[in-house]
Ligand binder design. Sequence first.
Ligand code: IMP
Ligand code: MG
Length: 180
Amino acid sequence: MSDVLISAEEIEAKLEEMGRAITEDYQGRDLLMVGVLKGAFIVMADLARHVDLPVEFDFMAVSSYGAATQTSGVVRILKDLDQEIAGRDLLIVEDIIDSGLTLNYLLKSLRVRRPASIEVAALLVKGGIQRIPLDVRYVGFEIGPEFVIGYGLDYAGKYRNLPYVAVMTDEEAEEVLGQP
Ligand code: IMP
Ligand code: MG
């Protein structure tokens, strides 16, 4: 039914690789992994289990899209971090980076709080014309411009629980929009 783009097995292997790199890079440092809700909750949980360090976790929630499939450029912080981040080594965990607007906004608002460092890990980075050039340290997969769902990624709130990443089919789009 779904148009699988990246299988559960491929994702798992990639997260293991990313986790190993993070484990090496953050030896002896004060790592705080920051998940960007809601999309990153699955990536965060699976990636974190491949990080062999005394890491701590926090979450932020931002909203950029509403129910549309195009970014609006408007980013709202719906939930801020629970803790102070001055002097800490932050790793922002994202499900997907498209235009880069969401991440750019987040980075700006976190840098003024003076963390020791900020890096980014994203499962997916969309190719094509990225409006904002961003330095993403850990990238899972680069994909095309198509709209994808699953593994945390939603269309109008649905499909986050698919265990793989799929290109959304017309049927899936209609199924969501057809609901009351
Ligand atoms: P950006 O601000 O354009 O980089 O968009 C980032 C956010 O838009 C992500 O955190 C997702 O919530 C959402 N997004 C972008 N592309 C997709 C997609 O293909 N499927 C689902 N959500 C997406
Ligand atoms: Mg979303």
